[in-house]
Design a protein around this ligand. Sequence first.
Ligand SMILES: Cc1cc2nc3c(=O)[nH]c(=O)nc-3n(C[C@H](O)[C@H](O)[C@H](O)COP(=O)(O)OP(=O)(O)OC[C@H]3O[C@@H](n4cnc5c(N)ncnc54)[C@H](O)[C@@H]3O)c2cc1C
Length: 401
Amino acid sequence: MTDQPWDAAIIGGGLVGVATAFYLSQRGARVLVLDRQELNRAASGQNAGSLHFQIEQRLVSHGEAMTRQAATILPLIRDAITRWGGITEALGETDLDVVQHGGLMVAENAEQIALLESKLALEGEGGLPTRIIDGDELRSMAPYLGPKVIAATHCPVEGHGNPRLITAALARAALRARAEIRTWSPVTGLRRDGGVWRIESGPAGDGGARIDRARTVVNAAGAWSREVAALAGLHLPVFPVALSMNATDAAVPFIPLLIQHVGRRLSLKQMREGNLLIGGGWSARFERAEGAFDTLRPPAPRLESIRGNLAAALTVVPALAQRTLLRSWTGIVGVTADQLPLLGEMPEAPGFFVATGGSAFTLGLTYAALLAEMIDAGRTSMDVSIYAPDRFGHINMFMGA
Ligand SMILES: Cc1cc2nc3c(=O)[nH]c(=O)nc-3n(C[C@H](O)[C@H](O)[C@H](O)COP(=O)(O)OP(=O)(O)OC[C@H]3O[C@@H](n4cnc5c(N)ncnc54)[C@H](O)[C@@H]3O)c2cc1C
């Protein structure tokens, strides 16, 4: 047991946890990161890497009220645009394969164009630079789009990052700023004791638990943040969702933009090496253990998802017919009950913070920077009260550590 409590013990070594360690230790805080496996092995290393700033298809496809609610993340999006633009330099790296060449969200019919228009209005109000294009302008910007695509919204600052590089770079920078990172250290117990948190962790199967004390705990366990909250006696409405991704062989670079679809589940981009990454929220199948979802084993791929995803991609970019599917993989993401981020301190457990939900590759740096502000300064540079976990206070009325 260390004599001095850590300023923050961060549970989860994905992008959100490691970025929080980076921002906090830059502010001079003593920070410990604990992950039950290697860093970046979960969603942060498995995702599509889209930096999608337009309101996503999954949010516009459930009616106007949901679209309007989704638009409340636009202040976070504006922060993410700037933060991703400067992250390579901020981490002292030369190249993290982060590009922001712009993105298109495409439509194939009048109904989908109406969806584009309704989200465009909200994005305009929220200060996102998007506009609708069609005809010759669309074809000259993206000559590879198939004939069924008739319009798109263009956002000039969208792009993609390389999920394999960013968390490692954040970890290097956090270590330089004196954070401690312990992998293969599953957290198994959390208790508040004498005003500080007592964190029990241990190398899996080792038998000897290790105890740390910390003034604050950050639950950055992604799809597992519900289980981590339960260790502190709290409910957290975060649900694991199994998704799949596909990658083709490499082609001569021809798609500089991030491509999404407003009416179908599709995200498409070409990585630097020429491979095309195709995703967009197609499901995979959880394994089961004792009647429950087993989130510790990789979800099984579903052939119908792979087929559906590739069919959508082929409609939008017919030249993909020349490519070979190299690899499909699956990952698990945590989705909140109301699709909004969960960001802040749990009122029932002072010093217990959470950051999860939503597209936390795009928004992960922003969540982390805001958490660092909350923990270090006790306030944030933007109003984040709408994302605070106390909106679920009714399910924690009788709970607590
Ligand atoms: C297939 C797929 C595609 C996606 N595409 C995109 C995209 O294009 N753009 C986008 O913005 N988002 C995307 N997402 C979502 C995004 O990847 C996640 O929102 C984000 O990576 C979450 O980061 P995180 O750090 O919160 O969680 P994770 O990366 O899941 O990390 C959580 C960590 O917590 C650790 N952990 C769990 N329990 C414990 C414990 N008890 N003790 C210690 N450690 C523990 C885990 O080992 C893990 O390392 C995608 C997700 C998937 C699965």
